[in-house]
Design a protein around this ligand. Structure first.
Ligand SMILES: Cc1cc2nc3c(=O)[nH]c(=O)nc-3n(C[C@H](O)[C@H](O)[C@H](O)COP(=O)(O)O)c2cc1C
Length: 189
């Protein structure tokens, strides 16, 4: 199953809030994923997308975001927990594509001020991901009490997250490879 093409795994920053701690978590995951040989990654900041809010669903598709989703083999979604769910604008962005996601892997990183690391947000996001055709892995990374995990400059204060990120990313890379093989070699039923 050797493949010369790198796996393409972009990381979505799932909130536009000014001062968001989620950006620190996303940059940390970006740094860890960048260490993997054979993986190409980038940060996609939903705050930088030309978001249309005068319509919904695929009518709001941004060609740039759509192309990135088409090219992706897997996604990492880094999202805060807002009232136990995902930010509305993240849902709006995810809803703008559909066929772009099908049979691709996704891993979710939760970020919260509270102790549960976005666990309730993740539980609410999973059925959405399934409906979009994405395949969620069974590891998450949970940044609970996030103001104690990163300093204001975004430096990681809790080294245990390096091992947690590794477990998560190894599984995601495996699933990305497996699903790429399936998309390219096994006819869909
Ligand atoms: C609208 C809104 C709702 C929130 N709801 C929750 C929540 O349900 N649980 C929680 O632990 N933190 C909640 N928070 C706090 C965020 O978890 C906190 O801001 C954290 O830093 C992650 O979000 P950030 O990337 O916006 O900083 C909420 C914040 C906002 C702005």
């Amino acid at each position: 199953m050797a493949d010369a093409r790198p796996l393409n795994i972009p990381i979505i920053i799932g909130t536009v809030r000014r001062g968001r701690m989620t950006a620190h978590a996303a940059r940390f995951i970006f740094g860890e994923l960048s260490k993997y040989a054979g993986v190409a990654t980038e940060l996609i900041d939903i705050a930088e997308l030309p978001l249309r809010t005068d319509d919904a669903g695929e009518a709001t598709k941004d060609p740039g975001f759509s192309a990135k989703m088409n090219e992706a083999d897997a996604l990492v979604i880094v999202s805060p927990e807002y009232n136990h769910s995902i930010p509305g604008l993240l849902k709006h962005v995810l809803d703008s594509c559909l066929k772009e996601y099908i049979h691709k892997a996704v891993g979710v990183v939760g970020v919260s001020a509270g102790p549960f690391g976005g666990a309730r947000m993740i539980e609410n996001l999973l059925p959405v991901l399934r409906e979009l055709g994405l395949v969620a892995i069974f590891w998450d990374v949970n940044f609970g009490n996030v103001s104690k995990v990163f300093d204001e400059a975004g430096n990681l204060l809790e080294p245990a997250y390096v091992r947690r990120a590794e477990k998560f990313l190894k599984e995601l890379v495996w699933m990305a490879k497996t699903l790429r093989y399936g998309r390219e070699n096994i006819p869909a039923g």
